[in-house]
Design a protein around this ligand. Sequence first.
Ligand code: AP5
Length: 219
Amino acid sequence: MKAIVLLGVPGAGKGTVAAFVERHTAYRHISTGDMFREVMREGSPLGRKVASYIDVGQLVPDDMVLNVVHRRLQRESGKMDCMFDGFPRTECQAELLDELLSREYGTAIEQVFYLELDEDLVVRRLTGRLTCEACGAVYHREHKKTLVEGVCDQCGAAVSQRDDDTRETIQARLKVFDKQTHGLIAYYEARKKLCRVDASGTPEAVAQAVLEELKRTNG
Ligand code: AP5
């Protein structure tokens, strides 16, 4: 089992890059954000608890995050190459992940791609994002329109703005990134795992940069 991480500010394009990488490699996309949105859609007490953090732009507590990731890896029996998106998000999560990978699967994070993007572009990307309410496919009002307005190209369900993509919540998420996620960059830099990627280009160009670096290191 191999494992890589996509790291970056909200809206840097982690999910978009992951979809490209998934099409061209054996890495499978594991997004904690997607997993939490699935739990929220179920409307269970756990879903309501998760929503109480996400809707205000705060991080879900580390133990809940590790729990969903652990269960997902167990389901795959450790046989899949993983591409984590939006996880880990704190130094504590990174340490717990290193421990879990080493203990259960005898492996370690290979590489961490840090997608760098200026705040003004982040806000434009997030305020224009539309997400399918059923399958989670991601669109943009300007850069990636649906063929039929308001309807997902992939499954025909409605697309809408995520509840946490309002200007106010975006600002809260950016603050949280600065405060809690920045430590991660130093964590992976110290372990010589960090690869910085300019995320301001087209989706294809950003994904290509990641794929080339993966090819260079994996041969
Ligand atoms: P999560 O879903 O992970 O949100 P995020 O990190 O804020 O990232 P986003 O999904 O908003 O953006 P993205 O970088 O994937 O960008 P995308 O490709 O969609 O997490 C949501 C919440 O869950 C968190 O706030 C937290 O509360 C909780 N959570 C999740 N993981 C957690 C953890 N580990 N610990 C604790 N809490 C956790 O692109 C954005 C838009 O831009 C799209 O419209 C896209 O079409 C467009 N776009 C993308 N790339 C380009 C490009 N190159 N050019 C032009 N447009 C582009």
